[in-house]
Design a binder for this molecule. Sequence first.
Ligand code: FAD
Length: 375
Amino acid sequence: MRQRIAVIGGGPAGLTFARVLHRHGCPVAVLERDPAPDARPPGGTLDMHEGLGQLALDKAGLLAEFRTLSRPEGQAMRILDTDGTVLRDWPPRPDDRANPEIDRGQLRDLLLGPLDVQWGRDATRVVPGTDRDRDGVTVCFADGRQETFDLVVGADGAWSRTRPAVSPATPRYTGVTSVETSLDDVDTHHPGLARLIGEGSMAVYGVNRALVAQRNSGGHVKVNAQFRAPLDWHTDLDLTDAEAVRASLLALFDGWAAPLLDLLRHGTAFVHRPLHVLPVSHTWTHLPGVTLLGDAAHLMPPLGAGANLAMLEGAELAEAIAAGPVDLDGAVRVFEERMWARAGRWAEITAAGLERLVSPDPAEAVAVFDQVQPS
Ligand SMILES: Cc1cc2nc3c(=O)[nH]c(=O)nc-3n(C[C@H](O)[C@H](O)[C@H](O)COP(=O)(O)OP(=O)(O)OC[C@H]3O[C@@H](n4cnc5c(N)ncnc54)[C@H](O)[C@@H]3O)c2cc1C
């Protein structure tokens, strides 16, 4: 009998999982809370690492299409001082395809392809049956409906509703918050800023704060203002009032060179994203019928690994299931051990990275890049 498999969440993890299963002819129900693919802005650009996200895309049969969509020039990285001086500049080498960038919306559409996602399915709870072989695992939805599956894969992100079925862990605040804004068509409207940012990313590190600007396709730029602050730093601020948020950020970054502050002055809207993490090396006692992928399993600081890991995990779990449908639980167990080991290493690296990037000593941030960028 065919196993009934569901994945909760249609982000990078869930879609890659479903797409690789689809490639192997295995049916899967993709249950996504958003009412439609473009229900909310997709967020900034993602770099796809050769041995992680690109490997996952290869397993999905999508690497060639990815290469036509992605932006190798987006690998360019420069660091400026708070006075606007360029401290480091790393243009990508010709033919460098190690970490090309892709817009999140483009990646989502690439993964969606022929998948028949069930939009508007807001899962509220996942309940393992008392006799799993007979009862299966029940997913409860906000509209009161319930459905039962043999395997439920929680790929529902940081605030996963699947996670409580296997683990009591909840995300904790890192002490660093981020406010994102964006600029459209910088080459036409803000040519000075376009030159400052270059073809890829530009970062500026000050004392306990940072400004990071990343070029997306079509001259769109995402800017993240990151700073150490208590979680309730904005109690006297209306976060829906763009002018008030802008004024507050300009005060916070006061003294930085005028062109850098222009990134905030010209930003169109502001989204507050406090950075939370799950405990490093988060694991759980294996529970037949339920597992987690991506941020739901190992939320970590946003330092270029989360989506990559999420996608590779999705691809690997799908391949394991497709290879041995007789022992579904055995496949999940082996997968979990592998995911925990790899994600644990990345969680350590990114936790240490965040401490050094948004720190009292801006030289620490530059040193982080000196360690990872080609000389
Ligand atoms: C500012 C920023 C920059 C980043 N940059 C990078 C980068 O360059 N490279 C990189 O690899 N990673 C990056 N990351 C991390 C990356 O975004 C995440 O690790 C990645 O999106 C995790 O994928 P996921 O599929 O596990 O979860 P998500 O992307 O969070 O997707 C979860 C999905 O589940 C759905 N969902 C949630 N709850 C429910 C529910 N109850 N029922 C049904 N559906 C539900 C959501 O709507 C969503 O579609 C960045 C993160 C941030 C915040």
